[in-house]
Design a protein around this ligand. Structure first.
Ligand SMILES: [Zn+2]
Length: 165
């Protein structure tokens, strides 16, 4: 590949490469120094995928279709102009970057108790001020945050033994 040392492909060894998912670097807009120049890893990724030299895309923006600035999965990257990039941001409203809210564990336990008791996630969420989406993710064990044992037990109870790994 002209202009790009092969070792640049090593950028993929620094991220978790998964099919159909974002390949996230530690920080957004991860930059790598090459010959004293700083190049963004997602731009390198795009170039490697399309057999281009970073110089070929000078002045162009490599956009994240997934709107995840940490991502360097070439499937999620496309070339555009700064204008496109700004339009993307406006269109998406950056909604995906909302931080996961921190709910009080007691509140979550109460909400889960209601769900375990047969209440719908939506109704319980409304009652306790917890988003239904959050509840559903919580029940599915999607959060790495360590929750209290009572909470974990409730999630398991709602999930049922069939979903246990
Ligand atoms: Zn992505």
């Amino acid at each position: 590949m002209r202009g790009i040392p092969n070792k640049l492909e090593d950028i993929y060894s620094r991220v978790l490469v998964r099919p159909n998912a974002c390949w996230e670097s530690i920080r957004p807009y991860w930059a790598i120094r090459i010959k004293g120049k700083s190049i963004l890893a997602h731009r390198i990724s795009y170039c490697l995928e399309h057999g281009l030299d970073p110089k070929d895309i000078k002045g162009k923006v490599v956009r994240h279709e997934c709107d995840n600035p940490k991502c360097i999965n070439p499937d999620h990257l496309m070339l555009g102009t700064q204008y496109d990039n700004i339009q993307d941001k406006i269109r998406r409203g950056r909604a995906k970057y909302r931080a996961v809210p921190l709910y009080d564990e007691d509140v979550l336990v109460q909400a889960l108790q209601d769900v375990a008791g047969g209440m719908s996630q939506r109704a319980s969420g409304k009652k306790h001020g917890v988003s239904q989406q959050y509840l559903s993710q919580l029940i599915l064990g999607k959060f790495t945050r360590t929750h209290c044992l009572r909470l974990q037990q409730l999630c398991q109870q709602i999930n049922g033994p069939s979903n246990e790994k």
